[in-house]
Write a protein of this length. Structure first.
Length: 284
C-alpha cells in the first residue's frame, strides 16, 4: 500500500512538472498502452479462470467511467475540487464492504476514515459550496463508480492474479477511449496520435510505467487487507505528492494543505495501529 502510494505520487509529479501540453486523455492512453504491452506476456501464461471474466469486464467499464467523470469535473471545476470529491470513494468502499463482505468496522477504523476524509476534502470546502447541483451529483457519481471499481477489485483478488486484473482494466479502458476520441466533440478526449511516439511519448511512458507498478502493488494490498484499509492507504499519495513538491521543487502550500497532510497521516497511523483482526477483512 505504501509503495503503491509513492508510485502514484511520482506519477502525479511527472504529470505536473513534465507533462506541459499533454492532455489527460493522452496520459490515460499512455497508461493503457504501457499496461497492455508490458503485461501481455504474463497474462498469456496466467492460469486465471474464465468465470470471473465478466467481473473483470465490469470493473474495467466502471473504473473507466469513474476516470472519464473525473476528467469532465477537472475541466469544469478545476483539479483540486474534482480530485477531492473523487477521493471520497473510500466511504463507498467501506459501505459496500459492510453490506456484502461482512467487513467489521470498529470505532478506531471509523475514526481513521473520518480523519482521512476530512483531510482530503478540507482544502476545498468553500469551492464545493459553489458547485452547481448537477456537477456535485456528477462528481459524487464518479466517486461512487470509483468505490465500486475498487470493491470489485477486492472481490476478484482471491480469484485472479494482480497482473490479469490490471491488464483487463487497461484493455477495457483502451477500448472505450479510442471510440470516444472519434465520437466526442469534447476536447478533453482528444488524442494527438502523431505525437505519441515523439514529443509526448517519454512523459506518457513514465506515467504508464509508474501506474502499472502502482496498480500491481495496490491490487496486492487489496488481496491482503480489507477494502477500507487498502483504499485509505492509497490516499497517502496525496500527502506524499505535497511533500515531494515542497522539498524537491520548493513549492509552497497554504496552512490548510499542511494541516490536511497531518490529518491524513493521523488517520492512517490510527488505522495501522488497529489489532490485526480489525484490519484484515472478515468474510463469510
Amino acid at each position: 500500500g505504501l509503495l503503491s502510494a509513492i508510485c502514484y505520487s511520482l506519477m502525479s509529479i511527472v504529470v505536473a512538472h513534465f507533462g506541459s501540453g499533454i492532455s489527460a486523455s493522452e496520459f490515460l492512453l499512455g497508461r493503457s498502452l504501457v499496461g497492455l504491452i508490458l503485461l501481455a506476456p504474463l497474462v498469456l501464461t496466467s492460469k486465471s479462470k474464465n468465470p470471473i471474466s465478466f467481473m473483470l469486464l465490469m470493473r474495467g467499464i466502471i473504473g473507466t467511467l469513474a476516470i472519464i467523470i473525473l476528467f469532465i469535473m477537472i475541466q469544469n471545476v478545476g483539479a483540486g475540487t474534482a480530485t477531492a470529491i473523487h477521493y471520497t470513494s473510500p466511504m463507498y468502499i467501506t459501505l459496500l464492504g459492510i453490506l456484502f463482505m461482512k467487513e467489521k468496522i470498529t470505532f478506531q477504523k471509523t475514526t481513521a476514515l473520518l480523519l482521512v476524509m476530512i483531510g482530503v476534502i478540507m482544502p476545498v470546502f468553500s469551492s464545493v459550496g459553489e458547485l452547481s447541483t448537477s456537477l456535485l451529483l456528477l462528481g459524487t457519481m464518479g466517486a461512487i463508480f470509483s468505490g465500486l471499481s475498487f470493491f470489485l477489485l477486492k472481490m476478484m483478488t482471491s480469484k485472479a492474479s494482480e497482473v490479469v486484473i490490471y491488464w483487463m482494466f487497461c484493455l477495457v479502458q483502451f477500448s472505450i477511449q479510442i471510440p470516444m476520441h472519434f465520437l466526442s466533440t469534447n476536447p478533453v478526449f482528444h488524442i494527438r496520435f502523431s505525437s505519441i511516439f515523439s514529443s509526448i511519448g517519454l512523459p506518457c511512458l513514465a506515467v504508464g510505467t509508474l501506474a502499472c507498478i502502482a496498480q500491481l502493488l495496490m491490487n496486492n494490498s487489496f488481496k491482503k487487507l480489507s477494502a477500507t484499509t487498502a483504499s485509505l492507504l492509497n490516499l497517502l499519495s496525496i500527502p506524499f505528492t505535497v511533500l515531494i513538491e515542497h522539498f524537491i521543487f520548493q513549492r509552497q502550500y497554504d496552512e490548510s494543505q499542511y494541516f490536511m497532510i497531518g490529518l491524513i497521516f493521523m488517520g492512517i497511523l490510527l488505522l495501522r495501529s488497529a489489532p490485526s483482526n480489525q484490519v484484515i477483512s472478515s468474510q463469510t
